[in-house]
Design a binder for this molecule. Structure first.
Ligand SMILES: [Zn+2]
Length: 431
């Protein structure tokens, strides 16, 4: 009622004015306080603010560079850095300078197929482009980076920190060691290497049967936070439990001369004069069916053993020796014969092509040719013969002079290595 009277209205106006007055005073004081704070901050942090400004300028510059047009190129077979840059249409002089600088760090012809190259550039007048930076992923944890700094290209190789872990895997063979290993989660390269170290004593087409067992212990290197990007380290131990040949355990050991070799439980070298599987065993077709096949096994008439593998599978020299024949030879098709020590010879038939390397001396395990189906052959396979004093013998029954056996201090050291490997095996679960 009071506010509706004349006095009431005056009072209302007065209260409003007082309220505004106080609000203005409070804001004034707040502003002063704030200003003081700001001044204090400025005085105390002069240097930091100065640095920040500089840093921001750099950031702005970088941002301009990062915002530059970017090309992402997937490396295809036959690509070199030079080819890629020419295709994009950079100037020849600039490409020349980039290649010259790149060569200081790595061979720009050795790009890894499937990896993605990132190129940042600037558009210049007359449709010309100019390179700002190039990023190339290299093997495993290494990257190549080239950047234009003050009109000059500077290249560097950076490597990410890695960590190591031990991996133990076990499994039952249901088709081939290679496929069963893959299913058990063994690293691809690790299985291939395991097959290679057993290739001296195991015929991977005939000696490995269904329900045989395998075990492997190896090191794996990986980049922190990126366990998908791994690198195979040392294979410390590999074991095959075969129904045909029994238990075969091999241990990695560095000899007194610093050579890395694999030895069996008694310290005998895994290496033999001749390999029992002179082919990339990882690519062999499942051996089980073959084992029973009359033509595929060794027969008096057939006088060799066959390894069924896809065309193009590498064939290895079974032992050190001298190539004495390398030609098309009757039903054998493309044929190589090698003379080894102790009156042994080995022969390889039906190749799709020979390796380019000239004839003459070959080292055990070096590639001499590739699987094919030339001559009298019904499908791609390697026909392999072993001859002793020029008479064909059954490679399956071949008794070869045993390899090097460790002795004395070296044997003692091997036993210690072996025990250490056992401790590692005991302490690790299969994962
Ligand atoms: Zn054959």
């Amino acid at each position: 009622m009071l506010f509706n009277t004349f006095i009431g209205l005056k009072l209302k106006k007065l209260i409003t004015q007082l309220a505004i007055f106080f609000i203005v005073i409070i804001i004034f004081f707040l502003l002063i306080q704030n200003k003081n704070n700001k001044l204090n901050t400025k005085i105390e942090n002069v240097e930091i603010i100065y640095e920040k400004n500089e840093f921001n300028n750099e950031l702005v510059k970088k941002r301009v560079k990062q915002a530059a047009p970017t090309l992402k190129i997937n490396v295809k077979p036959g690509d070199t850095l030079e080819k890629i840059l020419k295709k994009i249409g950079f100037e020849n002089q600039e490409i020349f300078e980039v290649i010259k600088e790149t060569k200081k760090k790595f061979d720009p012809k050795n790009l890894i197929i499937g990896k993605e190259i990132t190129i940042k550039y600037e558009n210049k007048e007359k449709n010309n482009k100019s390179i700002n930076s190039i990023f190339i992923p290299l093997e495993f944890n290494k990257n190549f980076y080239l950047e234009k700094i003050d009109e000059n290209f500077v290249a560097e190789i950076t490597s990410k920190k890695t960590q190591k872990r031990l991996v133990k895997k076990k499994g039952v063979i249901s088709d081939s060691l290679y496929l069963s290993g893959l299913r058990a989660g063994v690293d691809k390269k690790a299985i291939s290497e395991m097959i290679a170290i057993f290739s001296f004593s195991v015929d991977f087409q005939r000696d490995v049967w269904r329900n045989d067992n395998f075990e492997i212990l190896y090191e794996e290197e990986f980049i922190k936070y990126n366990k998908a990007n791994k690198n195979l380290g040392k294979i410390l131990f590999a074991n095959l439990e075969l129904q045909s040949l029994g238990s075969l355990k091999l241990y990695r050991f560095e000899s007194d001369k610093g050579k890395i070799e694999y030895f069996d439980e008694n310290g005998k070298s895994a290496k033999k004069l001749l390999m029992k599987t002179p082919i990339d065993g990882a690519r062999l077709s499942s051996g089980f069916g073959m084992r029973k096949h009359p033509i595929r096994g060794y027969m008096k008439k057939h006088q060799g053993v066959d390894f069924a593998a896809p065309t193009g599978t590498p064939i290895y020299a079974a032992g050190d020796g001298i190539i004495e024949m390398k030609q098309r030879y009757k039903g054998y098709g493309k044929y190589i014969r090698i003379r080894h020590a102790n009156g042994f010879k080995t022969a390889y038939a039906h190749m799709s092509k020979f390796n380019k390397t000239p004839g003459g001396r070959v080292k055990q395990g070096s590639i001499i040719g590739y699987v094919g189906s030339t001559g009298n052959s019904t499908g791609p396979h390697l026909h392999y013969e072993v001859l002793k004093n020029n008479i064909r013998i059954n490679p399956q029954k071949l008794k070869l002079p045993s390899g090097r056996k460790l002795k004395g201090d070296e044997l003692q050291r091997f036993i210690e290595t072996k025990n250490l490997i056992y401790r590692k095996l005991d302490n690790l679960g299969v994962y």
